[in-house]
Write a protein that binds this ligand. Structure first.
Ligand code: CAA
Length: 257
């Protein structure tokens, strides 16, 4: 399928979505977001895909929501638009999603990376929520996810004063999984995704679901939720296969059942 704002491809069991609006630093307009979510849904539904990578260009992962598109909007128009809801749709993708970030990840771009499950960053990556400079605040999860990731002190500086984080700062504060040279960041993300894609599909989904529950539930509810997911995995063929393979010292063959 051809797209206007993104490119998609597969490498083995990894599905790759690449923003393709580099002249505008991959500013996230509604067309780009809609195409991205459709591509993610398609990879999510495809049994041949085990893990997804979302990336931009070397200069910019994405410099935020498209300011030109929303500059004249009214609150009613913003509410009626599906736009901000696309970030919620990303959260609903069941397979693991890795953001491969180089250059600017600002505003909605930073929020999109944070809504993924992991971030592999190039040394050039810059993370920021500079909405304050536009007279607004983040609207796609930035105040919540950034604060949970880096803590109140730094998050406040970012939200109130538009401070960017370097890749090393993002690593130090737990926002990203790893920082690698610019030449290899995408390959590293795909390599990590390929390793994950070889694992038991149902257990992957439930592991992701259980970790995400930390952000949505109290500890007590989250612990009970995790336990239910854990017990339910004993109904899968993959659990029997995985444990039998361990005991018999062989490599498991996952069926996703
Ligand atoms: N929306 C629309 N266009 C954008 C854009 C954005 N978020 N970011 C960059 N562009 C466009 C620029 O308008 C410019 O286009 P033209 O060549 O047609 O003028 C092109 O991309 C290149 O940008 P610059 O010339 O500005 O490049 P630079 O190297 O001088 O600066 C930058 C780079 C610091 C990232 C700067 O572009 C910038 O500050 N961008 C805006 C960042 C921002 O405020 N993001 C938050 C958006 S609001 C949001 O995301 C809300 C939310 O929570 C969902």
């Amino acid at each position: 399928m051809t797209h206007e704002y993104i490119l998609t491809r597969t490498e083995g069991r990894v599905g790759i979505v690449q923003f393709n609006r580099s002249k505008a630093l991959n500013a996230l307009n509604s067309g780009l977001m809609s195409e991205t979510m459709d591509a993610l849904d398609a990879f999510d539904a495809d049994d041949a895909i085990g893990c997804i990578v979302v990336t931009g260009s070397e200069r910019a992962f994405a410099a935020g929501a498209d300011i030109k598109e929303m500059a004249d909007a009214t609150p009613a128009e913003m509410m009626a638009s599906p736009f901000i809801g696309y970030w919620d749709r990303l959260r609903q993708i069941g397979k693991p999603v890795i953001a491969a970030v180089s250059g600017y990840a600002l505003g909605g771009g930073c929020e999109l990376a944070m809504a993924c499950d992991m971030i592999v960053a190039s040394e050039t990556a810059r993370f920021g929520q500079p909405e304050i400079n536009l007279g607004v605040i983040p609207g796609a999860g930035g105040t919540q996810r950034m604060t949970l990731a880096v803590g109140k002190a730094l998050a406040m500086e970012m939200m109130l004063n538009g401070r960017y984080l370097t890749a090393d700062e993002a690593l130090k504060h737990g926002l990203v999984n790893r920082v690698v040279p610019a030449e290899v960041y995408l390959n590293e993300a795909i390599k990590l995704a390929a390793e994950i894609a070889e694992r038991a599909p149902i257990a992957l989904r439930l592991a992701k679901e259980a970790v995400n529950a930390v952000y949505e539930m109290s500890l007590q509810t989250g612990l009970a939720y995790e336990r239910h997911l854990f017990y339910s995995l004993f109904s899968t063929a993959d659990q029997k296969e995985g444990m039998d393979a361990f005991i018999n010292k062989r490599k498991p063959e996952w069926k996703g059942k």
